[in-house]
Design a protein around this ligand. Structure first.
Ligand code: ADP
Length: 352
């Protein structure tokens, strides 16, 4: 079944469905009724069960995959809901297809037996990092944030970036955790760094500190908050800039550094705590990415992963930090389908 690519991550499962323009393709398959049912269900809905969502704004028509033309649909659901997904697949008679589906991510290993036993579906497994760099649509949708400034978060604009000659570049994948890959050619890459402080850390800490329950809620809270009420800044210590080493007064000297003082704790709102958590995690990833880029002598840094979904605060912060702290030597790049590159690469691995 070349129609699906699935990336079963630590937090989210990403499913890409390729809808062939020529539906005769489906008709020619043996189990055409089942395939049609699945097709109708997927493209006829934008929500599946309680937690599945189709990102309609990311849909891509007129795509050529494996010699066929069609539309790509992008679907996600929490990996913790895998049981419900398997039940759904069962109710749509997936088991009668007796076929394989391309899958990547840790969950392709973790859930392999369950898929086989419960819906007779074989997972055709691919390595998640191979998949991450496999996609060839990068040039179409790469952009950067122009004039990002940490003091004026609303000032910068999205500008397309020509990524036709990409090599070498760094991929910083911010999912539940963080992986950094140095990519020097189409088949030449290595994983150079990783960090456990990623999107999962942001969400986990935010839930603990603010009582929020979803990523969307955490980001909305952060958007309202002021991290300066939580963090200790250079100016809180120096009274202004630390000019000798070019450190602006507004630079964070200690994340959460005010929270040992009772009065400051009382003044900090849930939004302020959410914002500080977001800034702490983002800046930490930004400085690791900058150090790795410098060590690897690479100046283009592509940030991907669902941590960046609906999260312009972090994207602009990364854009600013990469540029400012490298004196303009490094460029932070972003991609429209930020969280779907593993799933996309999975389909591409299959058809290539
Ligand atoms: P993984 O493959 O590890 O699941 P993703 O690239 O899918 O990684 O990113 C997961 C991260 O994306 C979460 O830790 C969270 O920070 C963020 N995220 C974005 N949208 C959601 C969502 N709807 N539910 C949970 N986390 C989300």
């Amino acid at each position: 079944m070349p129609w699906f690519g699935m990336d079963i991550g630590g937090t989210l499962t990403k499913l890409i469905y390729f809808e062939p323009s020529d539906m005769m393709e489906l008709e020619q398959q043996g189990e055409k009724e089942t395939l049609k049912t699945i097709h109708r269900y997927l493209v006829g809905n934008i929500a599946y069960g309680n937690t599945g969502i189709r990102d309609t704004h990311l849909e891509m028509s007129n795509q050529q995959i494996g010699g066929k033309k069609g539309t790509l649909h992008f679907i996600r659901f929490p990996t913790s809901e895998m049981n419900a997904f398997i039940n759904l697949a069962k109710s749509k008679n997936f088991s009668t297809l007796a076929c394989a589906i391309c899958a990547t991510g840790g969950g392709a290993y973790k859930f392999e037996m369950e898929f086989k036993q419960r819906i007779n579906l074989t997972l055709h497994k691919f390595d998640e990092l191979d998949c991450l760099i496999k996609d060839r649509n990068f040039p179409l949708e790469c952009y950067y944030w122009k004039d990002a400034d940490s003091d004026k978060p609303n000032s910068s604009n999205k500008v397309p970036f020509d990524f036709h000659n990409p090599y070498p570049y760094l991929v910083v994948n911010i999912g539940s955790g963080v992986s950094i890959l140095a990519v020097r050619g189409p088949f030449d890459y290595k994983r150079v760094w990783g960090s456990s402080l990623g999107g999962g850390t942001f969400l986990g800490l935010c839930c603990l500190l603010t009582g929020c329950t979803t990523f969307e809620e955490a980001i909305a809270l952060a958007a309202e908050g002021d991290s300066h009420k939580v963090d200790k800044l250079v100016k809180d210590i120096y009274g202004g800039d630390y000019s000798r080493f070019n450190l602006k007064g507004a630079t964070v000297a200690s994340s959460f550094g005010q929270m040992n003082i009772e009065e400051k704790r009382e003044q900090a709102s849930k939004s302020d705590l959410a914002r500080s958590t977001l800034v702490t995690i983002t800046n930490n990833i930004g400085s690791i990415a900058r150090m790795v880029a410098t060590t690897e002598k690479i100046d283009k840094v592509v940030f991907v992963g669902n941590f960046l979904r609906v999260n312009t605060i972090s994207m602009k912060l990364l854009a600013y930090a990469m540029e400012y702290w490298s004196d303009g030597a490094l460029k932070a790049l972003f991609l429209e389908h930020e969280g779907y590159f593993g799933a996309m690469g999975c389909i591409m691995e299959y058809v290539s």
